[in-house]
Write a protein that binds this ligand. Sequence first.
Ligand SMILES: Cc1ncc(COP(=O)(O)O)c(C=O)c1O
Length: 382
Amino acid sequence: MLPCQRHLFDIPDDVSYLNCAYMSPLMKPALEAGTAGLARKAHPWQITSDQFFTGAEEFRNVAAQLADCSADCIAIVSSASYGIETAARNLPVKKDQSILVLAEQFPSNYYSWQRRARETGASLKVVAWPENNDWTAAVLDALTSDVAIAALPHVQWTSGGRLDLVRIGEACRKLGAALVLDLTQSLGALPFSVHDVQPDFAVAASYKWLLGPYSVGVLYVAEKWQGGMPLEENWIQRANAHDFANLLYTENYDAGARRFDMGERSNFALLPAAVRAMKQLLDWKVAQVSETVGALNRQLANAAASLGFFAPAEPLRAPHYLALRRKEAIPKDLPEILAREKVFVSLRGSSIRVTPHVYNTAEDGERLIACLRRIAAARTST
Ligand SMILES: Cc1ncc(COP(=O)(O)O)c(C=O)c1O
């Protein structure tokens, strides 16, 4: 278990921010790294040509450590949707085949597949919400011989439902189906290993559990797809990019997954901030983040149970991700009511989504429970 890390963040004492799944706060050292990076543009004569590459390679290195893969397999992208679209453009699928997604899957990991299915005549196969909350069993059941691509998350984004990706990866390989992962709601908070899961593509936006800035993300591309077609053609993905005096033209791309990098990937403000945050996660260790945040959530789940709220238990639920439901509908304005008390959560689907991190204290959880108790009492008495 990690001691509380709030000192690294700029979170006032009276703010209980329990909404990392919406957007993590940028820690002070990452903000400083990003600010210093942005400031460099005031003196462009000090930005040397090799700096277009060093920051990007550092990003690849730390991201690869978090995903347990080689840095050569990492591309730098703008968003989860950019990575998913890259996968969708490169994976074969035929008319009588299907593409597997979950019910209520996040739109950035849905629309690309919907279009790919329409273009090819393949069908979208949607795994229905499992009543017993066992998404792994439901996916394994749906993985039949017609599936060409399984496009999945590690954690279902409204419920916190957790998928056993090692078992699902094995099943995909047996079938010859490609596995594409959106790890935006898990990478950095839930241990994950490319080596163990063996996906074809995996993407994570940085601004949630990677604790990084908005508009940058990590894309893993398996070696077998590294000869594929990038979404954009730009000078810096090419083999001659280091030679600024001779950029015209070559057929050859840079090595590994670098060809899939977004245009202007050498972002001097975003990359240093993202790298600093990922280094901090490596320092804490993802398993310890998961355990620490999981313990906070277990306390919260127990306290919320006495108010009539329920959530799936671990391991069907990811430790870092608590979605509280109850029999009666949850008022739509609940997040606003809580925000007035400086307690921040989200409403997603029919759940209150509570997603703390290592900056949260036990008092943050107690404040949420106290607010829920007051609201429940007020509604009962009116
Ligand atoms: C599961 C999941 N994937 C992706 C995203 C973000 O997608 P994008 O980076 O395409 O904006 C979110 C944002 O809430 C999400 O919850």
